[in-house]
Design a protein around this ligand. Structure first.
Ligand SMILES: [Zn+2]
Length: 78
């Protein structure tokens, strides 16, 4: 009976160890590639700053990093 319990403990230990390693590998992978799934980057037409597409302030064909730069660009044109 003692031997079976020992074997079960070893199997449990191995499973826990593999689970822990898997979890660590997944954690490291998500940490090393934080910008991979953020989509396209766009450049502001006013200051040239790069920012994620979902943060874009659009004005027709042009894109800006912020509402302030869209306003500033419009004033510069007029
Ligand atoms: Zn800008």
């Amino acid at each position: 009976m003692g031997l079976i319990r020992l074997i079960l403990l070893v199997i449990l230990g191995v499973l826990l160890y593999r689970f822990w390693r898997n979890w660590q590998a997944r954690n490291a992978a998500t940490r090393s590639t934080p910008t991979q799934d953020q989509g396209k980057m766009l450049a502001c037409d006013h200051c040239g700053l790069y920012f994620p597409e979902q943060d874009a302030v659009r004005d027709g064909e042009q894109v800006f990093c912020s509402e302030a730069h869209r306003a500033a660009h419009r004033q510069g044109q007029a």
